[in-house]
Design a protein around this ligand. Structure first.
Ligand code: BTN
Length: 276
């Protein structure tokens, strides 16, 4: 990107806001990187794990990713200035990791689309890691995604939480197979730095709560944003090609009913609303 066209991230203000929650945090902004997740994973992998700073938290924002990654080995496409792409690496020690991507999704959705009484939410969650803009019950377009990876650093485990959000409309031809939605449809004045300021602290707080309490306290609230709830779905889960989604359990596993009730844990499973 030519000089002068960089966005104003105000990383200093962001750091001041976040460091009381995450002591030792650094906030870094790169004009271009292959993938913010890959970069932080590599950095942690090459550390010895013996020094204190090896497991210090880092929030890394990239204005552009050349090899953005999605779940299940997919490519994540994002355009400079039109998307927000960042990763947060931090040591995390929850009793169980299950439901973490749902807890992250809830934090992002609540920050971008605060609950408004009984009004139906605009931002929905498609199990296990997508944010969608809801057009009608069970129908929506993809707004963003979450890619969580973990690795051992010395005695501790680091989590790298990667977030990609569509902020402004994409260039023609860059639409997704799932349909494309962007934050500007919710907030006309939004840009990528503002979106980051909205979600960063709620994300950190949610991670700290998750570390203490896991997903269970969020299970009921998840139901309000559950895009799949009550919908016919197709899945790649062995033996459950299709069924009706019946919400998530206290571990964040998806319940799907066909001839019986099946519990799908996230892993490499993919679930889609059935369109027929
Ligand atoms: C998905 O929907 O499959 C998850 C997409 C996650 C994309 C983000 S963008 C920032 C971080 N760096 C990556 O390479 N991927 C995640």
């Amino acid at each position: 990107m030519p000089h002068g066209q960089h966005l104003q991230w105000d990383s200093q203000a962001l750091w001041h806001e976040l460091v009381p929650l995450l002591p030792g945090l650094s906030v870094e902004v790169l004009a271009s990187v292959d993938s913010t997740n890959t970069y932080l994973l590599e950095r942690a992998r090459h550390s010895s794990g013996r020094r204190h700073e090896d497991s210090q938290p880092c929030l890394l924002v990239a204005e552009m990713q050349t090899q953005g990654r999605g779940r299940q080995g997919r490519t994540w496409h994002a355009s400079p200035r039109r998307s927000l792409t960042f990763s947060l690496a931090l040591p995390l020690d929850p009793a169980s990791w299950s439901g973490l991507s749902l807890a992250v999704g809830m934090a992002l959705a609540d920050a971008l689309d605060p609950p408004d009484g009984n009004a139906p939410p605009r931002v929905g969650l498609k199990w296990p890691n997508d944010l969608w803009l809801m057009d009608a019950p069970g129908r929506g377009r993809k707004l963003g995604g979450i890619l969580i990876e973990t690795l051992a650093v010395g005695e501790r485990r680091m989590a790298v939480i990667g977030i990609g959000l569509n902020v402004l409309p994409q260039e023609a031809g860059a639409e997704l197979s799932t349909g494309f939605a962007c934050l500007q449809e919710l907030q006309p004045q939004i840009d990528a730095p503002r979106a980051l300021r909205q979600v960063a602290a709620p994300l950190v707080r949610a991670l700290k709560r998750f570390e203490q309490q896991g997903f269970a306290p969020l299970a009921a609230a998840y139901g309000r944003r559950d895009l799949l709830l009550g919908q016919p779905v197709t899945t790649t889960y062995p033996g459950v090609p299709q069924g009706v989604a019946e919400g998530v359990d206290e571990q964040g596993a998806l319940r799907v009913r066909n001839d019986g009730l099946h519990t799908l844990v996230s892993g490499e499973v993919s679930v889609r609303p059935r369109t027929d």
